[in-house]
Structure formats: C-alpha cells, structure tokens
Write a protein that binds this ligand. Structure first.
Ligand code: SF4
Ligand code: SF4
Length: 184
C-alpha cells in the first residue's frame, strides 16, 4: 500500500468550514454529512493501494474542512470512477460523485496533474487529444488511407475553445502560462 502522507499540523485559520456544505448542496440526499466513518468505501476501493488518502479519510477531511489536504492528494485523480464505494456505502453516501465534484473544484483552482493540463492544452491548440499536425498528421492520414477510412474533418476550434474557457478548464492553461512567465 502507498505510504500515507506525513501528518502536518493545520492551523484553524486554514480550515474551509463551508466546503462540506458546498459539496453537499450538489449531492442532494446522498450527502457526505451522513458518513459514519465505517471505512467500507476504502475496504472495497479498486485503487486503494495506489492512493495516499483512502476514501473514508477524504470524506473525513472534507467534513473537517481540510481543503488543501484533499486537493494535494493523488486520491482525487487516481480514482477510476468505478462507483464501487457508492454502491457499498451503508449510509448511501455518493462518494464517487463527490470525488468528481472535488475534481471540478481542483480544476476551478487551476490545480490538476500535468498530464491533464497537457491534454487540455493540446485539445485547445489543435482540437484533438493527439496533435494532428505535421509529421503526426502524415502518419495518421497514411494509416487511415490504408484502412480506407475517410479523411479527418477538422473540428471547430472556436467552439472547443469556448467550451474549455467556460468549463473553467482554461484555468489550468492560464496557470501553466503564469508559472512559465514566473520561471523566466
Ligand atoms: S462507506 Fe459510506 S459511511 Fe462508510 S466511511 Fe465510506 S462514505 Fe462514510
Ligand atoms: S469510484 Fe474511485 S474511490 Fe470509489 S471504489 Fe472506485 S476507484 Fe475507489
């Protein structure tokens, strides 16, 4: 099992007391406020050996307002969204949906793993997950031709960029650009 992170003292002023309500509002009846910390979600989690904060501890951290602890954990991005925790929870807490909401929160704050940011950037710049330009374009076109597949139609970049900006995924790109400026 992955080593748990070293315990760090968090000052009361650093706690986000509204976080649990903010998340709860969006979850409805399957709220985390019902959690009894039984640990059933963690015992059946399909990625438990790869995460540094087990599901019941993520819920406990949310209830305590430990926002930074949650956002810096790899648990939110390693989850495979298999929904097993949600299916097994005796109190009906929708943990997998809660985790998706935390991912949204992380993105809003421009805080996501580099792999995600790079993928968003590629989609923003050329409309594809894989860069469809120059050498790569030639290779893809050649392979498609050999399978008698039609030519790829270029996506509407304006629409894609509009979606990225309005879903706040653009915050990730903006943060990366700012980091680069500061490094210069
Ligand atoms: S299974 Fe449900 S009640 Fe038990 S710790 Fe997990 S979220 Fe809380
Ligand atoms: S949805 Fe995520 S947290 Fe829940 S059991 Fe699956 S991998 Fe684990």
């Amino acid at each position: 099992m992955t080593e748990e992170k070293a315990q760090k003292i968090v000052k009361a002023s650093e706690l986000d007391h509204d976080l649990r309500y903010k998340i709860s509002e969006q979850v409805g009846a399957k709220t985390l406020l019902k959690c009894i910390q039984c640990g059933v979600c963690s015992s059946g989690c399909t990625v438990s050996e790869f995460i540094d904060l087990q599901p019941h501890r993520v819920v406990a951290s949310l209830l305590l307002g430990l926002k930074d602890v949650i956002l810096s954990s790899n648990a939110i991005w390693t989850c495979s969204l298999c929904h097993r925790c949600t299916e097994r929870c005796p109190k009906g807490v929708d943990y997998s949906f809660i985790l998706a909401l935390i991912r949204n929160l992380a993105v809003e704050e421009g805080n996501a793993p580099k792999e995600y940011t790079d993928t968003i950037k590629t989609i923003y710049e050329n409309g594809f997950v894989v860069p469809y330009t120059e050498g790569m374009k030639k290779t893809i076109d050649r392979r498609r031709e050999s399978f008698e597949l039609p030519e790829i139609v270029s996506p509407n970049l304006d629409e894609i960029r509009f979606i990225i900006k309005n879903t706040k995924l653009g915050n990730l790109i903006e943060n990366e650009n700012n980091d680069k400026k500061e490094d210069k």
